[in-house]
Design a protein. Structure first.
Length: 427
């Protein structure tokens, strides 16, 4: 794919591009298609440092100073000059003062002398090396040590962490806990970030019932809006929850247009397959430029992406597990890009042994719900959560990873290696 095909061309005339088959869309290709149409928000706001957690930097942060900005001790011990003294062991030095963190030793360390020094205290003039206190014996004002530390040992040098003027955080960076500390270590109290992305979402289906209402035969509680809420909330977005909308063309039209006019992104669940009451497809064709795909994946077969007015639109399947899988595989990255993140982190995948056999057809990517665990040897292994139906939300709740079986993969035997994608990050 070299040239970007307009959404209008692609949604009106799917055959306009050679390698584009909406009825059997590979996961990677769908991701690439979506990526072409994502332009990040531009508006920015200035926030107190702490409030920038989870937000995307709209400015490059350069180091306004060296960090640390003075040579200091990494250990409690004694500071002396390695070159000045004769390191014939054992070495004897006279203690001429003390340097505390925040309270430097004002004098100069002469030959044959040392200064008692605490972690974080400035290295006094004349000294360049610290011997740790555990290696020293102290007798009145004199120390003796039998083991010579390497010259410059146990010293944290000026600019060792960050040098004056260097790029510390790039524009488009997602602010994480370490970044708050990093910016704080530079004395930066206020940062410029992109504004919050506004996401409107609603469920579709006559069978959906709100929590608090009794359930009749043929009805289900609207769980998708709860999983979506959770996944969206974690990304730090501004949410507009438009509820569960019955399969009524007029209501759906009104809600869709309302959603698109108030948000940057509209997400719906259900109604994008080709069932009798699936009006969303007609409405989207009327009001938007939307591509409808049958994904070569399981779960998550029907998926729609496009634009309605200026809003990006994601039409997720109705089945509860399919909602979560398609969200994590397509929507998450797209939202991060729209939020302004230039290089969304690729979700890590790694190979581990699968302790149970898995039945799998080639020709589609499967996202089985898995449990990563350590076996008796302490090695990480994975097993499926059990039944894998795309309506079984309990499988998602039990899982701590996806077992990702690509298109080329067929049945898996117990003991074979499979790729896993953890669901939980450390931060
Ligand atoms: P659909 O794609 O609209 O045909 O829906 C596929 C399946 O997902 C059906 O069994 C629906 O009842 C179910 N479903 C759709 N939306 C929801 C929802 N919001 N919460 C729970 N289940 C849903
Ligand atoms: Mg439906």
């Amino acid at each position: 794919m070299t040239k970007t095909t307009s959404l209008a061309d692609l949604s009106n005339n799917p055959s306009c591009q050679d390698d584009y088959d909406p009825n059997s869309m590979p996961v990677d290709k769908a991701r690439q298609f979506i990526r072409q149409y994502l332009n990040a928000v531009r508006e920015t706001e200035s926030l107190p440092l702490r409030d920038s957690l989870g937000r995307i930097l709209a400015e490059e942060i350069l180091s306004p100073a060296n960090v640390p900005n003075y040579d200091n001790s990494a250990m409690d011990g004694y500071a002396f000059n390695a070159a000045d003294i004769d390191l014939v062991l054992p070495t004897h030095l006279k203690v001429v003062g003390t340097a505390f963190a925040g309270k430097a030793f004002a004098g100069v360390v002469a030959q044959g002398e040392c200064v008692r020094i605490m972690t974080g205290a400035a290295i006094p003039e004349g000294a360049d090396t610290v011997v740790v206190q555990e290696k020293v014996s102290l007798d009145a004002d004199n120390i003796t040590f039998n083991e010579a530390p390497k010259p410059r040992a146990n010293v944290r040098y000026t600019g060792e962490d960050l040098q004056l003027g260097q790029t510390v955080l790039e524009q488009g960076h997602l602010m994480c806990p370490a970044d708050l500390g990093l910016a704080a270590s530079l004395g930066i109290a206020q940062v410029q970030v992109y504004r919050k992305l506004k996401v409107a979402f609603f469920s579709t289906g006559d069978e959906l019932v709100a929590l608090g209402q009794p359930l009749q035969i043929g009805q289900v509680y609207d769980s998708n809006r709860y999983t979506l809420y959770g996944m969206l909330k974690r990304l730090g977005l501004e949410l507009i929850d438009l509820g569960a909308i019955a399969d009524d063309p007029a209501l759906l039209e009104q809600t869709l247009l309302d959603a698109a006019s108030r948000s940057d992104v509209v997400i719906t669940s259900g109604g994008v397959s080709v069932g009798e009451a699936d009006y969303m497809k007609q409405l989207l064709a009327k009001h938007g430029q939307v591509m409808f795909w049958k994904m070569a994946m399981k779960p998550g077969r029907p998926l729609a992406y496009g634009k309605v007015g200026n809003a990006h639109y994601f039409g997720l399947p109705g089945n509860p597990v399919a909602v979560m899988v398609t969200f994590y595989q397509f929507v998450r990255e797209a939202l991060l890009r729209l939020m302004g993140q230039t290089k969304p982190e690729v979700l890590p995948m790694f190979n581990v042994e699968c302790t149970q056999p898995i039945k799998k057809l080639t020709g589609r990517t499967e996202y089985q719900r898995g449990i990563l665990f350590t076996n008796a040897n302490g090695d990480w292994c994975v097993k499926p959560t059990g039944a894998q139906g795309s309506a079984l939300l309990s499988s998602m709740s039990l899982a701590n990873c996806f077992i990702v079986l690509d298109e080329a993969t067929g049945n898996i035997e117990a003991g074979a290696k499979v790729q896993v994608q953890p669901l939980h990050g450390i931060i």
